[in-house]
Write a protein that binds this ligand. Structure first.
Ligand SMILES: [Zn+2]
Length: 209
């Protein structure tokens, strides 16, 4: 009986969500997951799955929920959850804003954001004032809210949303609000000298964190 219930629950989780594809927390599971599937997803960089079933084999359930079904991780999740992007940045580099390298898509391995483009918006998700040229596509969110969805240009994985003209003193005054689970930090990726840095403690109202 228990096995049947678990099976039924698994089926529910695998069922595509209804119309509200960007509704917060859709199908997102709480708790830390193994990073092992991220490693396997990197191996898939040159040969991307051509079906949602294929994506399920290379992404963890939470990665799949966000990248392929436009779910949203809870605010603070990335910084507060062991194994997740910002938690591990803090642990390894003593900062969420290392100034070298790039953040790559966990779906296809494409570098999406330069390290110096990351800033603290105070919103609870990793934030960037711009992305690697040509790596990110913007499109109206299907939920009809008028917000702008951002996806990886190569694998079309959902990343989050971009907000503009909020008053941040960054080079663009844009805030790419990205689910940390979509990104893998790679300190070895070169970034052009032209990429401007922002104060590491920048946040709403200019109050350092
Ligand atoms: Zn991608």
């Amino acid at each position: 009986m228990l096995r049947m219930l678990l099976s039924a629950a698994a089926q529910l989780l695998l069922t595509p969500p209804p119309l509200a594809v960007s509704a917060p927390f859709v199908r997102f599971r709480s708790g830390h997951e193994s990073r092992s599937r991220q490693a396997s997803s990197c191996a898939a960089a040159n040969e991307l799955p051509d079906s949602e079933a294929g994506w399920m084999t290379v992404l963890s359930p939470n990665q799949f929920a966000i990248l392929r079904s436009a779910a949203t991780e809870p605010p603070g999740y990335s910084a507060e959850t062991e194994g997740e992007l910002e938690f591990e940045l803090n642990r390894e580099y003593r900062t969420k804003y290392p100034q070298v390298g790039a953040y790559a898509c966990v779906g296809c391995g494409t570098p999406l954001y330069h390290a110096r483009q990351k800033f603290s918006s105070g919103c609870g998700w990793p934030a960037f004032y711009d992305g690697v040229e040509g790596a990110i596509e913007e499109r109206p969110d299907e939920d009809g809210s008028g917000s702008i969805e951002i996806v990886c240009a190569k694998c079309k994985g959902h990343l989050g949303h971009v907000f503009k003209n909020e008053g941040f003193p960054t080079p663009t005054d844009e805030r790419h609000c990205v689910n940390g689970i979509c990104l893998r930090y790679d300190p070895s990726v070169e970034q052009p000298d032209s990429i401007e840095a922002v104060p590491a403690g920048l946040r709403l109202g200019g109050i350092p964190d």
